[in-house]
Design a protein around this ligand. Structure first.
Ligand code: PLP
Length: 396
């Protein structure tokens, strides 16, 4: 779902103007395993059986499609959804309608005066993170003569969004004045995957700050936070990436299943002599006679240019990403272009790669974590960067 299309088309959930409809076979494709997504949610829920387990479905459900993702997670038992923007919240709300009465959709950012009516119209719970947010929300409600709950985000060490002690004091005063109803307190871990000490410090700070609201539910853990220890479960968790199969082995403890399989079609196969140059800037020079398979996917689809085999600054000496075709992993050759990527398939049996065959760029046979690492990035960026030309195909 593209945000640009939304203002013109707030009611339509599925088909937005300008979106690409697949007519033929060869567009790039991401196949999404609905069952794996649901099983991952259940597996993550089992880590903290006394907490509710929510789901981060922002950025169009991590690039896979917020509508389908939210519906699948609702079926799995999820009742708490987190998005970044009000507009995204409305998509999730409509996706869950009409059976969404007991689901809550939290909106992490995007508070502004004009948004208050929209948020309450669509039964979205804003996460208030600054004194400004508190003012805008409570004044907006008063002007509309409405009552609605909000969540509060507390600053515990990330210095990104969140109320500090003073902001929290203002929130308390508003609660006491009957102008603010608080449904949830949350904070976000900056280093759950890298620093147990920093995470523990944030947990302790959160615990101290939230003690001022002793009867309100609390939420702390993202995916990596789920395996930081029992005390990180609290009342509600908020995993994102692990649901979608990124961080395939959470903290070395919980294995999740791959959910997304990105594939592209072979458009041409050619044989090229040793000594020839390949692709933009002739960045790859062949040291042997080479069979090249040209794939119909490129950085314009979110297959990052940083995955190139050679010739991209800063990764001249690093090994190329690989893709799986005919059951074998083969390297990317030369620079990735906007719409095309070259694979070196010389080592496969002669004639085994033909136009129309598909190569897996990440998925069950090529871990997304490994591909992200090859690009010098994180699986989040690979998923959320999948472009509009990549067809989302849901499998049961
Ligand atoms: C994105 C996000 C999450 C989910 O994080 P993952 O690392 O994907 O599990 C949870 N909470 C907040 C506030 C977020 O912004």
């Amino acid at each position: 779902m593209r945000l640009e299309g939304l203002s013109a088309n707030l009611g339509a959930v599925h088909e937005l103007e300008g979106s690409l409809l697949r007519q033929f076979e060869r567009l790039p494709r991401v196949e999404i395993d609905r069952g794996a997504l649901k099983r991952n949610w259940a597996a993550l829920a089992s880590i903290h059986p006394n907490a509710q387990t929510g789901a981060a479905v922002k950025a169009d459900g991590y690039g896979l499609g917020a509508v389908e993702v939210s519906r699948a997670l609702f079926e799995a038992g999820c009742r708490n959804f987190f998005v970044a923007w009000p507009e995204e919240g409305q998509i999730v709300r409509s996706a869950l309608a009409p059976k969404n009465k007991n689901a809550r959709v939290f909106v992490l950012q995007g508070m502004e005066p004009a948004a208050v009516r929209f948020l309450t119209d669509h039964d979205l719970v804003p996460v208030l993170s600054s004194p400004d947010d508190l003012t805008i929300w409570t004044e907006g409600l008063t002007a509309l003569a409405r009552r609605a709950p909000a969540a509060l985000q507390l600053e515990t060490g990330m210095n990104r969004l969140g109320l500090d002690e003073r902001g929290l004091g203002k929130a308390m005063a508003l609660v006491e004045a009957g102008e603010l109803e608080v449904a949830l307190l949350l904070t976000h871990l900056a280093s759950a995957d890298v620093s147990p000490e920093d995470s523990e410090a944030q947990r302790i700070r959160f615990s101290a700050m939230s003690a001022r609201f002793p009867y309100i539910s609390r939420s702390l853990a993202n995916s990596a936070g789920l395996v930081c220890g029992e005390s990180f479960g609290l009342d509600l968790t908020r995993p994102g990436i692990a649901l979608y199969g990124g961080m395939g082995c959470l903290g070395g403890l919980i294995a999740t299943e791959p959910v997304a399989r990105l594939s592209a079609a072979v458009i041409q196969v050619r044989e090229v002599e040793a000594g020839e140059k390949v692709g933009y800037a002739g960045a790859a020079r062949l040291t042997r006679r080479t069979i090249i398979a040209t794939l119909g996917i490129g950085y314009g689809d979110g297959y990052l240019r940083a995955l190139s085999g050679a010739g991209v600054p800063l990764r001249m000496d690093r090994p190329a990403a690989s893709a799986v075709i005919s059951g074998c992993a083969v390297p990317v050759l030369g620079r990735i272009s906007m719409d095309l990527t070259l694979l070196d398939v010389t080592d496969l049996p002669a004639g085994s790669v033909r136009p129309g065959d598909r190569a897996e760029l990440f998925g069950p046979n090529m871990p997304i974590d490994k591909v992200a690492e090859a690009a010098g990035t994180i699986p989040y960026e690979l998923l959320t960067g999948l472009g509009p030309r990549v067809q989302r195909v849901w499998r049961n």
